[in-house]
Design a protein around this ligand. Structure first.
Ligand SMILES: [Zn+2]
Length: 419
């Protein structure tokens, strides 16, 4: 049970699963479904439960001004920069039991294991349950972590949910305090590393038949809104060579994007047109205007830039051949954020010690880690999830895989605390 050599398991996987089950009861909407929106009474109830677990694991606990729950286990050198572990416990409205939760419960298990083993880390360990990672209630995510890092935008407290409640009102009711934001910002140099355990929310590990994976980085999305303008006409009378059909042009672009994103089978590039609107949307009118979105992601920014340039050419070419006018508006352009080599090394060592073959993969979705990456070095461990399903009550990760992920989190954290 003690020590970190060989196959012996240090963490208590049963306790981890019990706690995940306990949280799934708060905001439960079906057998496996959960709705625990950020800053709701359910979210607060869950925070109180998690706070108790943190205290039980020997941490001092506080809720900061942004609604983040922070536990701290003192190290031998209390003045040293801390190692921070964590994730989030708020959920989407139609969610499963694991997204975010595994990372918070797993992080508490790490400190509980240290305490149970009578071990004191050489540097402080902090466990954070970040406020409102999902962003579905106020349409902007990563609130708590951005707040802590002084990266909130103007007007964020004035955003309203669909009932007209402002974030300011919800945050105050929750126990946060906008008047104390400045004092709760994390000063530079207070945290040396951030480590997050999370379910993959994709199908890669399952396809590779591996329980856990080592994240290499979070790919930044490029988001566009594209407008194609043609000319409407009677679908029965305008001869084909004379048409300016915006939808025909859009169709070529949709197919072309797919071809670009799949031409290098070894690359993790993904390209998606997820929304498309046709005007006037009538069966016997040639489409005059089509608006669609583009989501292009890659962990390799130069490769993504190259694909972006070719996609622009492809759009210009399709527009020219169909007699259309094309306009591209860039909505988001995030750069990929790479995990720190020294933290990935620590995860690799931990996995090797456990005899685990942990493949390396990038994260398409973003996480609290994305925001933390602008403050300190970070690393992430992924746990396999069934059929890659997430943001859905069908989301599932096995107890065995979660146990392995938590054990790897523990072994990695031990290395980060002492290096
Ligand atoms: Zn999450």
């Amino acid at each position: 049970m003690h020590g970190t050599q060989g196959q012996a398991v240090s963490i208590d996987a049963g306790r981890v699963m019990e706690r995940i089950g306990r949280l799934s009861e708060i905001g439960k909407i079906s057998e496996t479904g959960v709705c625990r929106l950020a800053l709701s009474p359910e979210d607060r109830e869950a925070v109180d439960v998690v706070a108790e677990w943190m205290a039980e694991a020997g941490m001092s606990v506080r809720l900061d001004a942004f609604g983040n729950l922070i536990g701290r286990l003192e190290g031998e050198d209390p003045g040293a920069p801390a190692v921070m572990l964590g994730s989030h416990i708020d959920t989407q409205p139609y969610a499963g039991r694991f997204d975010g939760i595994v990372g918070v419960v797993g992080a508490i298990e790490v400190t509980q294991t240290l305490k149970d083993g009578g071990m004191k880390p050489s540097v402080p360990v902090e466990v954070v349950s970040f406020c409102d990672e999902e962003g579905c209630r106020f349409n902007k995510g990563l609130f708590g972590v951005r707040g802590m890092l002084g990266r909130l935008d103007d007007g964020e407290l004035e955003r309203t949910d669909k009932n007209g409640v402002t974030r300011r009102e919800a945050l105050i009711a929750f126990g946060g305090d906008p008047a104390r934001f400045a004092e709760d910002e994390l000063a530079p140099g207070k945290v040396r590393a951030f480590l997050e355990l999370h379910i993959e929310q994709g199908p890669v590990l399952e396809a590779k038949d591996r329980a856990v994976g080592i994240v290499t980085g979070i790919s930044g999305p490029l988001w566009w809104t594209v407008d194609l303008y043609g000319f409407a006409g009677h679908a029965g009378s305008v001869p084909m060579p004379m048409r300016k059909d915006a939808l025909a042009g859009a169709a070529e672009i949709v197919v072309g994007l797919r071809a670009l994103a799949t031409e290098d089978p070894g690359a993790p590039t993904v390209g998606t047109v997820g929304s498309l609107r046709v005007f006037p949307d009538s069966r016997n009118i040639i489409p005059e205007h089509v608006q669609f979105t583009v989501d292009l992601r890659d962990i390799d920014l130069p490769r993504r830039d190259g694909l972006e340039a070719r996609l622009r050419e492809l759009i210009a070419d399709a527009a020219m051949r169909h007699g259309l006018q094309a306009e591209i508006r860039e909505d988001t352009n995030s750069e990929p954020r790479y995990c720190a080599d020294w933290i990935m090394d620590a995860i690799r060592e931990g996995a090797a010690e456990m005899g685990l073959d942990a493949p390396e993969l990038m994260s398409g979705p973003f996480h609290d880690s994305l925001a933390m990456s602008y403050y300190c070095d970070y690393g992430m461990i992924f746990v396999r999830c069934k059929d890659g399903i997430s943001h859905n009550p069908k989301e599932y990760a096995s107890a065995e895989d979660i146990g392995l992920g938590t054990e790897l989190l523990y072994r990695t954290a031990l290395r980060l605390c002492t290096k």
